[in-house]
Ligand binder design. Structure first.
Ligand SMILES: Nc1ncnc2c1ncn2[C@@H]1O[C@H](COP(=O)(O)OP(=O)(O)OC[C@H]2O[C@@H]([n+]3cccc(C(=O)O)c3)[C@H](O)[C@@H]2O)[C@@H](O)[C@H]1O
Ligand SMILES: Nc1ncnc2c1ncn2[C@@H]1O[C@H](COP(=O)(O)OP(=O)(O)OP(=O)(O)O)[C@@H](O)[C@H]1O
Ligand SMILES: [Mg+2]
Length: 245
């Protein structure tokens, strides 16, 4: 695992060099994926790496975990609370929609706006420091499209995209991520009580097994293949939709 860590760190350093930037920034949620990325960017750019905590009426325990992650890896930290910004923006949009506001679609739109406000915050900070925005999507999230287009999917580089969720857990152990962060249920934290596996209707273990070419029940395979097909537009945004293609 240490060898794998070294390879990813070297890759990150090359990305910084090739882009001609000065460092790297990531949003730190208190979840395992961003904890791993925070550790990796600290190793890649010890003096020029930043973790941003962006609470948005978030679970306080998660924010506590985010602070612990930043402390444990020694990365520079910053907090930008987005609750007020989100409330103002969502209410203004809702007021304009008036009686055409759709409660059901509105819940998802609200959740995705949260992810997109975080993306905007990270780019504002990245531009200030001349850093790249580092994404946290792993292979399971990327394949299924379980991320918000131009939200947490709106990033410059994706160091974990080749690693299954299980492999991310191995990396987390190797990097000394706090055990409580490793052990908790993955959650996008976009609404109260949300967990990735309950929303997707499938476990990460099953998605990982599928990605490794192992056999899984047909019903699970169908879920994964449906998610993959429906999210093709997210993995290659614009390339297939420009008129020149
Ligand atoms: N065929 C197509 N061609 C081109 N564009 C297409 C399209 N179909 C939809 N679209 C566009 O894409 C939009 C839908 O995509 P998107 O906005 O991403 O929204 P959507 O995929 O509906 O929702 C995002 C999902 O990712 C989850 N998520 C988000 C953030 C973080 C995490 C996490 O794990 O932490 C998880 C979230 O809980 C939710 O299940 C549509 O509103 C439309 O604008
Ligand atoms: N409150 C937050 N503060 C800062 N960044 C956040 C916050 N919530 C989400 N993010 C960013 O969005 C990314 C996507 O969230 P996601 O839940 O997939 O990853 P995670 O929380 O790191 O791990 P897990 O999937 O195990 O919960 C996070 O990794 C992080 O970069
Ligand atoms: Mg999370």
């Amino acid at each position: 695992m240490e060898k794998v860590v070294e390879q990813v760190v070297e890759w990150l350093q090359n990305q910084v060099k090739e882009a001609g930037v000065d460092g790297l920034v990531v949003g730190v949620s208190g979840g395992i994926d961003s904890a791993v990325v925070a550790n990796l960017i600290k190793r890649a750019c010890p003096e020029n790496s930043l973790g941003v905590i962006m609470p948005l009426n978030s679970d306080p325990k998660g924010m506590e975990h985010a602070s612990k992650v930043i402390e444990a890896c020694g990365i520079k930290g910053m907090t930008v609370d987005l609750a007020e910004t989100h409330e103002v923006m969502f209410n203004q949009i809702k007021n304009q929609l008036k009686d055409e506001y759709n409660e059901l679609n509105g819940k998802l739109a609200d959740a995705n706006l949260r992810a997109r406000l975080r993306m905007s915050t990270l780019y504002t900070i990245a531009t200030n420091y001349n850093y790249l925005v580092v994404g946290t999507d792993n292979a399971a999230e990327w394949y299924t499209g379980y991320f918000t287009k131009y939200g947490d999917g709106g990033v410059d580089i994706l160091p974990l995209v080749d690693f299954t969720k299980g492999e991310v857990r191995e990396l987390a152990k190797q990097l000394g991520v706090p055990q409580e962060v490793i052990d908790k249920q993955p959650s996008a934290d976009l609404w109260e009580g949300q967990t990735d596996e309950s929303e997707m209707g499938i476990t990460y273990d099953k998605i990982d097994a599928f990605l490794k070419g192992e056999s899984i029940p047909d019903a699970d395979k169908e879920i994964i293949e449906r998610m993959h097909k429906n999210s093709a537009h997210k993995r290659n945004p614009l390339a297939q939709f420009t008129r020149s293609n």
